[in-house]
Design a protein around this ligand. Sequence first.
Ligand SMILES: Cc1cc2nc3c(=O)[nH]c(=O)nc-3n(C[C@H](O)[C@H](O)[C@H](O)COP(=O)(O)OP(=O)(O)OC[C@H]3O[C@@H](n4cnc5c(N)ncnc54)[C@H](O)[C@@H]3O)c2cc1C
Length: 615
Amino acid sequence: MKSLFINKYINILILALIVNCQQALLAALSSGNIVSFYNANDKIVVLTSQNFSSTVYQSKIAWLIEFYASWCGHCQSYANTYREIAIDTWTWKTIIRIAAINCYAGDNNALCRQHSVRGYPALRFIPPETILGNTSKAIEISATDANVVKKRLIKELDNIPKKNKLWPQFTPVNRITLEELYARIPSTVKILLVIAEKRNDFIGRHIMLDFSKYRDQLAIFRTTTDGKLWRKFNVSITDVPALFVILRNRTAQRINIERNSSNNIDNHDLFNNAIRSYIQQTKYIENFDDREFEEIILSKNALKNAEMQQKLVQKKNVTDEILDKNTIYRKVNMVDLELALSYMFREEVPQIKEIYGDAYDALVQWLTVLTKYFPGREPVMGYFKQLLLKVSEHSNGFSGDTFREIINMKTSNAYLPNDHAQYQHCAGSAPQYRGYPCALWLLFHTLTVSQYQIESNQIDVTEVPLAIKNYIKHFFGCRQCSTNFMKETANMTQLNSQNKREAIIYLWKIHNRVNKRLRNQITEDPKHPKLQFPSKKLCPTCQSMNKKNIYNEYIISKTINFLVEYYSKENIDVSLILDKPYNNETLLIRQERLISPIEYHAEIKENVGSHPKDF
Ligand SMILES: Cc1cc2nc3c(=O)[nH]c(=O)nc-3n(C[C@H](O)[C@H](O)[C@H](O)COP(=O)(O)OP(=O)(O)OC[C@H]3O[C@@H](n4cnc5c(N)ncnc54)[C@H](O)[C@@H]3O)c2cc1C
């Protein structure tokens, strides 16, 4: 009867946790004005420019902080791993806490710069009692798999000099008798445990952290070599890790750890379970709360379930054909291009602390391409020309901070606006979707088309793609995207210089490969699926039909014509960037006009088709 009740209680708890997790995953992301990927349910402390210093500096505990940008797809993909780290280390919270800050929200970016964050996501370990603003103490940790990050945290915590008797004793106790060991522990300790393990094993330290909340009553040591203690336990190197309780009569008793090779429980979990059972049996530890440990398992399961459900929603059985029909196609909008340029120069480039050598050359190259080919309005073009001049004056390069000062120049006939409210073509159906990376792609395609249109006689086909590549390499904040893009563009030097439209095709193909790779991923906006571009609805003539009436291959010449028209200056909607203020009525009319006339193309005969062939 009792176990029935417990089962029911656990089921309700699991359900509540799944709902919580899903709400955390979705609610955090879908709030109108995105501030954080995370919320309190994630066991992650949400930092902002307001609470950062008071929380992290001169703290008694260590901090792991994720610096991310909510526009960055890889940060979104990494969020569940970070949640897993926070869950796994929840019982370490009197030693270390897990926190995160969105560098894209409010005025948080300055903090991210101070911590030398040059790409997202970035993890920093801040030791306890770090003095306010002493960012040199922050240790960089790679944003990888949860187990790897946990091991790294253990190493960093191990490196911190032992503060007092209650700080976990990570250094192995080897040349010591049981009597001497007893003498080391505070009088409040009621259980003394020793884990015998190999020197580089993590279990001992991991377990010490798991039970660190009870360290005034539960002392845990580790022993690692064939010293006095090891010999006393009479264990062989093939028989470790092993767990011993040291009794008051100074004898050691081995706690049997049941190993079950049929399930996936690792050594750490087995040791953790064994110690919890021992505590529950002996009842020596006051206020021991086993539910906290249960909650970790339940939270992890709930996280996995929520993730699976998210994937199912993402992969629901909708054909490209239906998606294509339901997708709104907006024109390229000058608001998006200017917003992207503003973020790029005001936030992304100055994020790089040192702009010297190749990074400086990449910036000059990028500005040169913008001054030559960006189809912008006069003051914006004037701004780029002046910016290029100023940047060229510092031929030895400069710091990110100096660049930040340079970009703030503004005259009546040369400025880069920063007051557009929101993306238009790149507006997502929720705040975490689209935005900056979407507008970057639009900018890149616009530049390839513009170069072709301006210089249709003689063309250096690598000029624009190379400038794009080098910008992405040195400055793009999504570091994993940058790495992927370097792989995608490894063959750039082989571009066919005889074909004037080669750069347009080249970028179009790469972008479609990226679309294909990211299809059905967590970062895909369900309202703007990553279909191959241009879709059948957008350009009915761009693809050929096979014998079964299925569209399957792009006709390059027609696709190029479409791209040239789509990204040409004449097709870019500039109606929302008129300098004069406009009233609500005109705003409505303008928003309607954002929908491209292309969308009104006569609907084509329905053909349930597959993706066009890879190219
Ligand atoms: C250089 C670069 C590399 C990236 N790498 C990654 C990565 O590795 N992982 C990751 O998660 N995210 C990556 N991103 C972000 C990702 O590609 C999308 O930009 C982001 O997910 C937003 O997608 P979206 O739906 O707004 O459409 P986007 O893919 O951003 O497309 C923007 C617009 O471009 C047009 N378009 C789409 N395809 C084409 C095409 N083939 N040719 C011409 N026009 C097209 C459409 O009008 C579309 O609305 C990268 C972004 C950039 C700029």
